[in-house]
Design a protein around this ligand. Structure first.
Ligand code: IPD
Ligand code: CA
Ligand code: CA
Length: 264
């Protein structure tokens, strides 16, 4: 299916920022061995990618608002449209030289996500979706996995770490989920986790304490690939609560039930 003009703008922005991230990623390995480590360099790489994306999006649609991880909210004159951007999802992977990271760009119109792009520049995997027009990786149409039984399912999650999230809840949830499934993965980039649910690599995913820029594009991808996403209570308030449960209709329902039991 031919991409619309607006999706093309998002793709161009993601690819340009992707080239910058890949160049910087090459430097990270050299810095890894220094005592100070690549921390400051990675923050700069992250900001560079964000500025590239901002410039591309603003050039194409000067009146739209922006919500970006590094620079926060920039209201737009337009009042109807907002870009939601994570210039580098998977920062900890990037920092440690692990080539699993992505750029996530979503477009919200009157509070509804209408387009999303997630780009893994190392694998050259470009995930795109537009509301009502399906989801794709490069030119291939996406469909969530068809497995219906948890024991066959590979489930992604995100784990809290130093200073972040509810560690007790995460451990309890793992205790409920681990014995029921074929495997649990902590990939380290929520946008890619969601893209992998959309493409059927993962059968399901859950995580808490996420930000809108981690999940806005991925939610649309999953829905356009025939999957289901909600928060733990089954509500469509993921951007507000930061909690996500996803999968096909069957796996998502079973996973959500386990997580509800873990919360009791
Ligand atoms: C993080 C990643 C990670 C998730 C964290 C996010 P960042 O985003 O998506 O998988 O577990 O909660 O903050 O910091 O790499 O953009
Ligand atoms: Ca992120
Ligand atoms: Ca980020």
């Amino acid at each position: 299916m031919a991409r619309t003009a607006i999706l093309n703008v998002m793709v161009q922005a993601a690819m340009k920022a992707g080239r910058s991230l890949v160049r910087d990623f090459g430097e990270v390995e050299n810095l890894q061995v220094s005592r100070k480590g690549p921390g400051d360099f990675v923050s700069a790489a992250d900001r560079r990618a964000e500025e590239i994306i901002r410039a591309e999006l603003t050039k194409a649609r000067p009146t739209y608002g922006l919500l970006m991880e590094e620079s926060g909210e920039t209201p737009g004159e337009d009042g109807q449209h907002r870009w939601i951007v994570d210039p580098l999802d998977g920062t900890t992977n990037f920092l440690h030289g692990i080539p699993v990271f992505a750029i996530s760009i979503a477009l919200e119109r009157q509070g509804q996500i209408v387009a999303g792009v997630i780009f893994n520049p190392v694998m050259d995997e470009l995930y795109t979706a537009e509301r009502g027009r399906g989801a794709f990786v490069n030119d291939r149409r996406l469909r969530v996995a068809a497995r219906t039984a948890l024991p066959d399912s590979l489930i992604g999650t995100g784990l809290p770490f130093l200073g972040r999230g509810d560690h007790g809840r995460a451990l309890k949830e793992l205790r409920y989920v681990m014995p029921e499934v074929a495997g649990v993965r902590r990939i380290g980039a929520a946008a890619l986790d969601l893209a992998y649910v959309a493409s059927g690599r993962l059968d399901g995913f859950w995580e808490h304490n996420l930000n809108p820029w981690d999940i806005a594009a991925g939610i649309l991808l999953i829905r356009e690939a025939g999957g289901y996403v909600s928060d733990i209570d089954g509500k469509d308030t993921m951007l507000e609560t930061g909690s996500v449960v996803a999968g096909n209709e069957f796996i998502k329902a079973q996973l959500q039930k386990l997580l509800k039991s873990a919360a009791e």
